[in-house]
Design a protein around this ligand. Structure first.
Ligand code: LLP
Length: 447
């Protein structure tokens, strides 16, 4: 088990993050609690920026907000000078409410509604990543109506299968996303986009999947993209000013994962683009990438309080925590593997294996199988690592569990960035129609 970022074990034998004792954080903010190591997030942003500065300054790092987005996160990303990828009206609304610089926003999505497109156009965001021909058509018409022009990228699918969970593969030909390069579909889209009066086709976008550990898939993709770009240049005379290579860099959830650093990844992408561009005699484009998980994933830790401990002799010991698939659906959805530590016993010998169960009414609500742990008792604080990406953003209220609070920690201070939901917030949008107002039981004859 590896301590990440600013983590350490203090003199009380407790886990600390950002100079804050997590046992104190649990007492102060309650549990479950998402804790984000602000320095680690900033460090990851800078790792991308530095790698680009070294290898290819004509570039952009675009944070993929779907991994984790709140007002405070938008501010942090803005401060670090990154751009932002949003995929829905809700994410766009969050970015605008945080006053995120509009020209640095990219808008994605495979089924953007008219309302969402109008919202983006009226806000004057930097770029819309168009996913399909229906969108091309309505976007051009909406621009006409609103008297606006907009920069676009076309999302293409290269037919590459990244080695990752099939739910998070996106580059294969048979995909709901983007214009396939095969069958002349992407070529037709470029032609249509170039003819559209109000759309400025700036380049292409391509995202092949997430939690990727080998660079070759990216290299193959770039090769395929350049084959296409060369054909298009020869046929239509159009060259891409921007090449957005998506996100996807994997992180270290457990000791079995060996991720690539942003530095290696960027160096590899740049080299690959340079080689292909030279071979095709094409001008070098602006290169952009869209990391989500690798910016926030390792920075997040979820704190839970242990409740019931149940031993099935000769079979297994379950320890149950006060959250689970509601605040982290990734185990149930993708069989994700997490590491954890009993945070108030961080200096104790690990003497046993326990399995960590959530509190939802489903056998599938397990967070960790076979965790090495010291003696565990009700009231202990369990810290599950690497929960920064796709946990809060995918959380649900299943079993009507209120969603946890989120805090950012840095240099000894902890700041609330999302309040804990309350039972009152849970029912805030519920409505009782008139015919259900009465609480009187109906007799069988009335029914
Ligand atoms: N760009 C596009 C167009 C994407 O679809 C995604 C992720 C990203 C960038 C960011 O990829 P990242 O750097 O985070 O790998 N819920 C799943 C992950 C879904 C990823 C969807 N798209 C999970 O929990 O593993």
């Amino acid at each position: 088990m590896e301590l990440r970022g600013t983590m350490g074990i203090n003199g009380r034998g407790h886990l600390e993050i950002g100079g804050c004792d997590v046992v104190d954080l649990a007492a102060r903010f309650g549990t479950p609690l998402y804790v984000f190591d602000e320095e680690l997030i900033r460090g990851q942003c800078r790792a991308y920026q530095k790698a680009f500065a070294r290898h290819y300054p004509h570039s952009r790092t675009i944070y993929a907000g779907k991994a984790f987005l709140t007002l405070a996160m938008c501010r942090l990303i803005a401060q670090e000078g990154l751009c932002l990828d949003v995929v829905s009206g809700g994410e766009l609304y969050t970015a605008l409410a945080a006053d995120f610089p509009r020209e640095r926003i990219y808008f994605h999505g495979n089924n953007k509604s008219r309302e969402e497109l109008v919202m983006a156009l009226q806000a004057g965001i930097g770029c819309i990543v168009v996913d399909n021909s229906f969108e091309l058509e309505i976007l051009d018409r909406l621009c006409e109506k609103l008297g606006r022009q907009v920069d676009i990228l076309l999302r293409v699918t290269p037919g590459v299968e990244a080695h990752t969970h099939t739910y998070i593969q996106t580059g294969q030909l048979d995909s709901k996303f983007g214009f396939p390069l095969a069958q002349g579909i992407a070529r037709e889209a470029v032609r249509t986009a170039l003819e559209a009066r109000n759309l400025n086709l700036r380049g292409l976008h391509c995202h092949i999947g997430s939690q990727i550990f080998e660079l070759e898939s990216f290299g193959v993709t770039i090769g395929i993209l350049y084959h296409f770009l060369k054909e298009i240049r020869d046929e239509l005379g159009w060259t891409a000013a921007e090449l957005n290579l998506g996100g996807g860099l994997g992180i270290k959830y457990s000791r079995d994962d060996s991720p690539i650093s942003p530095e290696e990844y960027i160096a590899y992408l740049v080299e690959s683009v340079r080689e292909n561009a030279a071979m095709c005699r094409l001008d070098l484009p602006l290169i952009s990438v869209e990391p989500g998980r690798s910016i926030v994933g390792e920075a997040g830790t979820t704190l839970y309080r242990v409740g019931a401990v149940k031993e099935l002799p000769g079979i297994r010991k379950y320890i149950t925590v006060d959250g689970g698939m509601g605040d982290n659906p990734r185990v149930a959805l993708y069989q994700a593997v997490y590491e954890a530590m009993v945070a108030n016993k961080a200096d104790k010998q690990k003497t046993q294996l326990v399995s960590v169960a959530g509190k939802c009414c489903e056998s599938g609500d397990m967070l960790i199988w076979d965790l090495e742990a010291p003696e565990v008792a009700p009231g202990d604080i369990l810290a599950v690592f690497c929960t920064g990406a796709y946990t809060y953003s995918m959380a649900s209220n299943y079993n009507r569990l209120p969603r946890p609070a989120v805090v950012f920690v840095s240099q000894g201070s902890a700041d609330l960035v999302v309040r804990r939901e309350t039972y009152a917030t849970l029912i805030a949008n519920d409505v009782i129609p008139f015919r259900l107002e009465s609480l009187e039981a109906r007799s069988v004859e009335q029914a």
